[in-house]
Design a binder for this molecule. Structure first.
Ligand code: FCB
Length: 439
């Protein structure tokens, strides 16, 4: 197959993403307690030490700089900042100020997420996202964050992957709080939608009060490309469309339109959501093949295609072809700028990681050629880290970590990605070198 040079827009931002609980170590939150329950984490590990990023962030950002990164997405840990309800920990706020300054000093744009899966214990104890007060409580935390961090040039993410929090935590029982209950799933989903609105509204108020120019604010979505097992089977096609709507579209449609979706179709207007989405963050990893013969909502999965490579442990199929249509659907539906806030693969096969990145970037380029306003691409993740239910058995890092010594070692994929950044895109030669002889 012939390749051509794919040059990305001049102001396109390249970088990587990570989250607090997966990297920092030393957290006490809903996840640190969940990890201690036998059987919850595949390799029996926990994030007590993780990557020790809480102490090593300066070195880690030196590495990101060396590897050419221009943007870094990280999360701040709510449980550190508000260890008890309404009590703010100034020294932890100071810590994150230093994290932000460290990035800025290295000329790396900070993209800061307020919530990436973990909850403070007090919030967990009040049933977290099932509590009708949860949106206001999250909004107060966002306000505090804005009061402290608005002086820096930041991009804001409110909640990471609300549909993952809702479904893995309330439908499939794999994440805390571990429920398997459809109604609870919907309640949590809607409260996170409101919480996003409260957060965006409060952040904007603080910027206005201080006379600062409004920042970019966005939620970050987990998106999956739903495909019918049999494209000629009407029921399979309908199911794929139904799940696409439920998982990929409903929440963000609510955030963009300001109307909380209702199961009976009569949505209620929620004013804090107005003006809450400056761009959409998309995390894409794989596709889901769905068959009407299986009960998807009960966790039944179609068998994997043996011809496709997969992500370690999570068993996600490598399916770059799904990236373009998914990106395009968000652009067509909402006309908001897009940041590709996570994409990557857990694997020790570094050639596979390189193929994964290059083949996905080819799809990104197709969308750019179609005039989709894509602002940046962030690999998940800068370093290996604690991969939730998989523990340390899934290796998403551009940089490998030896957990015994905490030594960092850049993989070849990190250098390949550095070359992509230097070229601001994919040269013909690089595509040829990485993708030839694949499949
Ligand atoms: C996403 C999460 C991120 C990481 C990747 C592999 O769903 O946002 O924390 O676990 O998957």
């Amino acid at each position: 197959m012939g390749y051509r040079n794919l040059e990305f827009p001049d102001d396109f931002l390249w970088g990587s993403a990570a989250s607090a609980h997966q990297t920092e170590g030393g957290n006490h939150n809903s996840w640190s307690e969940w990890e201690k329950i036998p059987g919850k984490i595949k390799d029996g590990s926990n994030a007590d030490i993780a990557c020790d990023h809480y102490n090593r962030y300066k070195d880690d950002f030196d590495l990101a700089k060396e590897l050419g990164h221009q943007i870094h997405r990280f999360s701040i840990e709510w449980s550190r900042i508000e260890p008890n309800q309404g009590r703010w920990n100034d020294s932890e706020l100071g810590h994150y100020e230093s994290v932000i300054k460290t990035l800025l000093e290295r000329n790396i744009k900070p993209m800061m997420t307020l919530h990436h899966f973990a909850n403070p214990i007090w919030f967990r104890d009040m049933d977290a996202w099932l509590n009708p007060e949860s949106p206001e409580l999250f909004g107060k935390y966002a306000r505090k964050a804005a009061e402290v961090f608005s002086k820096y040039n930041l991009i804001w993410n409110t909640i990471n992957e609300p549909m993952v929090v809702a479904t893995l935590g309330h439908l499939f029982g794999e994440f805390p709080p571990g429920y398997k209950d459809f109604n609870k799933t919907i309640t949590a989903t809607m409260n996170m939608l409101k919480a996003h609105g409260q957060a965006a509204m409060n952040i904007r108020e603080v910027y206005d009060e201080k006379g600062l120019e409004q920042p970019l604010i966005a939620p970050v979505l987990s998106v999956s490309y739903f495909m019918p097992a049999n494209a000629d089977n009407k029921e399979d096609v309908e199911l794929a469309n139904y799940l696409d709507n439920l998982y990929n579209q409903e929440w963000i449609r609510g955030a963009v339109t300001g109307i909380i979706p209702d199961l009976d179709g009569n949505g209620e207007r929620y004013t804090p959501l107005e003006n809450s989405v400056d761009f959409i963050g998309l995390n894409y990893y794989s596709r889901q093949v769905v068959s009407s013969e299986l009960d998807y909502l009960a966790g039944e999965m179609a068998p994997r295609n043996p011809n496709l490579e997969r992500c370690e442990g999570l068993d996600w199929e490598v399916y770059p072809q799904g990236y373009y249509p998914i990106i395009k659907s968000y652009w067509d539906n909402y006309r908001k700028p897009i940041f590709l806030t996570e994409n990557g693969i857990g694997t020790l096969d570094d050639m596979l990681k390189q193929r994964y990145i290059v083949s996905h970037l080819q799809q990104v380029y197709r969308a750019i050629e179609d005039k989709v306003d894509i602002r940046g691409y962030l690999v998940w993740s800068l370093t290996d880290n604690f991969e939730w239910t998989q523990g340390y058995s899934s290796h998403f890092g551009l940089v490998e970590i030896d957990y015994k010594t905490q030594e960092r070692h850049s993989r070849n994929s990190a250098f390949m990605y550095r070359d992509i950044i230097r070229n601001n895109g994919l040269t013909e030669e690089l595509q040829q070198r990485i993708l030839s002889n694949w499949r």
